[in-house]
Structure formats: C-alpha cells, structure tokens
Design a protein around this ligand. Structure first.
Ligand code: SF4
Length: 405
C-alpha cells in the first residue's frame, strides 16, 4: 500500500504531462513567425526546423578517393580536362562507411579503380559521440550567394557567415615539411592579382545570411604578396568584422614597422605558425624559423596591437608531447596570447603521397588532443559536458584550446 502523498504526486505528474501536450499542440498551431534579422533576407530557423544528417555508427557517408582526386587535378593542370568538371561532375566521389573497430572510430572506403582506404577518425568512441551529440542541426539556408557558392557538389548550403580564407600566393619564405600547400615546390606560382583579390572580397561580403564575416589571408606566406596591406585595408573598408593573417611570422619578426603597418591597415589577428616551445620543437620542418624568431614576431605584433593566436600543427609522435607546454606558455602570457588553435596535421600538399605506415603513425585527431590535454596538464575531461576544468581556467586567462570540444 502506497502513502497517499504518492497518489497525489502521481496525479500531479499525469496532469502536468497532459497540460504540456495541450500547450505544445496549441503552440504548433499558432506559430509566431520567425524573426528576420538585418543580416538575412529569410527568417531564422526554429530549433524544430533544423535538420540533421544521419549521425551515429555504423553509417554510410560521402567521401573522396584520394588517388582519383590527385589524378583529376593533374589532368586539369595538364590541360587534358577542363576545370568545369569540378562543377558538373562528382570527381573522385565515393561512398565510405564510418564504423567502430577495436574501440576506435574508423572510416573505410573502396574505390573501384584504386582499391581500399581506411583511416582513424577518433581513438575514443565516447568523445566522438559527444561531438555528434552537441551538433545543433543545420543552420539557415544560404541565399543571395550565386556569385560565391558555386562549387558543384561541394557547395556550402547552410550557415550565417564564416571565415573566408583567401590564399594570396603559393610562394613562401620557408620550405617546411610538412606543408599543406606544397609551397615553392609545386612547380608553378599561383598569386592573386589586385583585381582577383578585390573580386573575391567584394563577392563574399555580399552573401546573406551574414551575421559575421571575417577573412583570413593565407598562402603560402601571405605577407610576401605585394597586395597584403592593401587587401587588409580593403577588407576593413567593405565590412569584414575581423581581418586575420595565417603567417609563419618571419616578416613580423624582421620588422616592427611592418607589424605596425599591418595593424594600421586593420589586421586584427595573426594566426602564427607555432610548433612548440623551444628551438628543438620548432626544428622538424627542417628550415630555420625557430622559437627565438616566433618570440620576436609575438613581441612586434603585440606592441603594434595585433592579437596573436599560435597555431600548433600537431603531428603524432613528432610534437604531440608539446600540447601541455604550449598551453602553459599561453597561460603564462595572457596579455600576448589571445587563444590557441590546435590543428591536427592534414596530409595534403607536400605530404599527400605519404605512405600508409607513416600516415597511420602520424595521424592525430581531436580525440588524441583531448586526451593529451588531460594527460599533460591535468585539465578537463575528454568528454566533459560541463566544460569545467580546462575551459573555466582558460577563460579566466582569455586562453583556450580552440579544438577543445
Ligand atoms: S607550411 Fe606555411 S610556412 Fe611552411 S612552407 Fe608551407 S606555407 Fe610556408
């Protein structure tokens, strides 16, 4: 026999559930129209209108055959195919399966021509699930974007602005290995003219929705483009919120005047190549842009008023032991370091012909990063939903690992 209070509680619970069903039903019938902000021509989506692609695993997804992609690019460069195939055909596209194996999340795919490929997406299934769980759903559909988003099946369809990356040149004053662009060795120079730069910037700023539109100049090394400063100035003039440069820092280290000129033109952030603390950690690129140069670049940029974001390209087994030291460096220099951007290495450019063995050994995913942060600093938990630990301490010093979930 239950106590009378239990029956009261049960009754209240049934009544509350009934009231919720009625309230929700009425809400669905008499929907208030969604708000249309100034930066969009269409209404914002309500949360129930946001769709999600299939998530979880095992599941099938769209992917690319890396060898088909390389071959297609060579055919275009050799003039054997027109570049329009990238718009009109699904060049290199194949299906892939995402599955769990030995406690890891793996992508496997088979190309009818080039055979079997597979790679690790996460070393921690709980971490991977957490990333999928926090995906809020697709955002508002892009519109007024005909001059910008026309990339065949790779066209961006959703979002409310972005960071536009403009590669000003494929030249560089370094010759790193790895280099995501194969700068200086690819066999040709690709450098945007002033008219090219203006067209890209003017087209992209016209897109709607455009809640926030930032631009990052990259390369090669963007500072050696003759139009670097003009491009920054023009970006500010036409309305980009924040103007950034992805740089190896050499020009800024060489000249405090150059850092000031960039700041005066409107440069807000320098995304500074930064492989670790000390000269040894910055030497695996086999070129001499070592830690002392980075420190001078940081000094000159900071004095000029440019915010600095060290970008740490992590290669497993090469500099992943630097994760903790870099976080400590940022926490020790909160005035100079705004936040950190950890970037797991991408085997493109100079490294696209990497052997399977090396790729497997050097692959580094966000899940590796989450575990290395915990192991090397004791901060955070790889699947911590409360984002306490690392995040709260980092926020206190205006420093955060941007790849942290
Ligand atoms: S990785 Fe960056 S700095 Fe190094 S060669 Fe490539 S573009 Fe230049």
């Amino acid at each position: 026999m239950h106590a009378p209070i239990k029956y009261v509680e049960k009754g209240l619970s049934i009544a509350a559930n009934g009231a919720w069903v009625v309230f929700n039903g009425l809400n669905q019938i008499r929907q208030r129209p969604s708000f249309i902000p100034a930066w969009s021509d269409k209404p914002l989506l309500k949360s129930y209108q946001k769709t999600k692609p299939p998530l979880g695993w095992p599941r099938e997804t769209d992917s690319l055959c890396p060898t088909c992609v390389r071959e297609a690019r060579q055919e275009i460069l050799d003039g054997r195919k027109d570049v329009s195939v990238l718009l009109n055909e699904k060049v290199g596209e194949i299906k892939a399966t995402i599955l769990e194996r030995d406690g890891k999340i793996v992508m496997v795919k088979d190309c009818p021509v080039h055979g079997h490929f597979e790679d690790v997406m996460a070393i921690d299934t709980a971490f991977f699930k957490h990333l999928e769980d926090v995906f809020p759903g697709r955002d508002i559909r892009a519109h007024n974007d005909e001059t910008l988003h026309n990339h065949g099946s790779s066209t961006i369809k959703h979002g409310r602005g972005s960071v536009l990356t403009v590669d000003l040149t494929n030249r560089c004053n370094m010759m790193c290995d790895p280099c995501f662009m194969d700068a200086n060795q690819v066999g040709f120079v690709h450098e945007l003219s002033w008219d090219d730069i203006k067209t890209v910037l003017d087209n992209a700023i016209s897109i709607k929705p455009k809640r926030q539109m930032s631009v990052q100049f990259s390369g090669g090394e963007p500072t050696i483009s003759p139009y670097f400063l003009d491009a920054i100035r023009h970006s500010r003039k036409v309305g980009y919120n924040s103007v950034q440069a992805a740089t190896n820092g050499i020009e800024f280290a060489k000249s405090a005047d150059f850092a000031r000129a960039a700041a005066d033109a409107g440069l807000r952030y320098a995304y500074l190549q930064f492989d670790g603390i000390g000269n040894a950690a910055n030497s695996h690129r086999r070129v001499g842009n070592l830690f002392d140069v980075k420190l001078r670049a940081i000094e000159n940029l900071h004095s000029a008023g440019v915010d600095i974001v060290p970008v740490i390209t992590i290669v497993n087994g090469v500099n992943n032991e630097q994760v903790g030291r870099v976080i400590e460096f940022a926490l020790d220099n909160p005035k100079k370091i705004n936040f950190l951007s950890f970037q797991p290495v991408s085997f493109t450019g100079r490294d696209e012909e990497i052997t399977d063995e090396r790729r497997q050994a050097q692959r580094y995913t966000l899940s590796h990063l989450a575990h290395d942060v915990k192991k090397q600093t004791g901060l955070g938990e790889p699947t911590d939903r409360t984002r306490s630990g690392a995040s709260s301490r980092a926020a206190a010093t205006r420093t955060a690992a941007s790849a942290w979930p």
